[in-house]
Design a protein around this ligand. Structure first.
Ligand SMILES: [Cu+2]
Length: 218
């Protein structure tokens, strides 16, 4: 190759690479999951979530994920919810995954909920043994954090494809928390639950719509 054509080849290849990187970044920034409004309830809202061990819908990745039930009762694959400001949010989480365990036992405490408690299958608790946690539902800026008890590894009838049904093995966690001013608050799971990723913290743990999202207080 002549010197001049070599330079133009390198310049062309660099331009293509720059365009591809720009498209990738633009796609990453623009592809936000849809927003789901929590159902209204006396004094505030009712937010119903489920966590699944595997989403189960190719070509989407078969990752661990949260789903939310919209106001019409349909399960949707998103982690962006709206709830009203200055109101009580009644949360129910159906937890279908097995335990991974917390890296930081501090997060095994229930924090920021009404009375500082949660109910696990109807039993009121202030904390979980750290190894029993499958995921957490944590809104750092609101001081809310709830560890979610996993189902037993040998539980019968485990769910394989989202949305899971109440006929499949699950743990039911309920709690309430109070919202304040309007704003958008990041929430996430703090259990390193991303199987097959380095230290369990890649993939679904860092992708909006799976193990983290936004609580929009409106
Ligand atoms: Cu998780």
């Amino acid at each position: 190759m002549r010197h001049g054509s070599k330079i133009s080849f390198i310049a062309g290849a660099t331009a293509v690479a720059v365009v591809l990187v720009a498209l990738y970044v633009a796609d990453f920034l623009a592809s936000t999951p849809p927003t789901s409004a929590a159902a209204s309830a006396p004094g505030g809202a009712r937010l119903t979530l489920q966590t699944v061990a595997a989403y189960g819908h190719a070509p989407d990745p078969d990752w661990v994920s949260y789903l939310v039930r919209d106001a019409g009762g349909r399960w949707r694959h998103t982690t962006i919810f709206t709830v009203p400001a200055h109101s009580l949010v009644q949360v129910t989480i159906y937890q279908y995954d097995t335990a991974t365990g917390l890296r930081n036992p501090f997060l095994s405490q229930v924090r920021g909920t009404t009375g500082g408690v949660m109910a696990v299958n109807g039993t009121t608790l202030r904390a979980l043994p750290p190894d029993d946690a499958s995921h957490t539902f944590t809104i750092p800026d609101l001081g809310v954090s709830v560890p979610l008890k996993g189902v037993a590894d040998d539980a019968k009838n485990q769910c394989g494809v989202a949305p899971c049904t109440l006929a499949e093995a699950h743990t039911t966690i309920t709690f309430t928390f109070r919202t304040g001013r309007r704003g958008t608050f990041r929430w996430q799971c703090f259990v390193p639950c991303a199987a097959a990723f380095v230290f369990g913290n890649g993939g679904p743990m860092q992708t909006m719509g799976w193990m983290d999202g936004q609580l929009k207080v409106v």
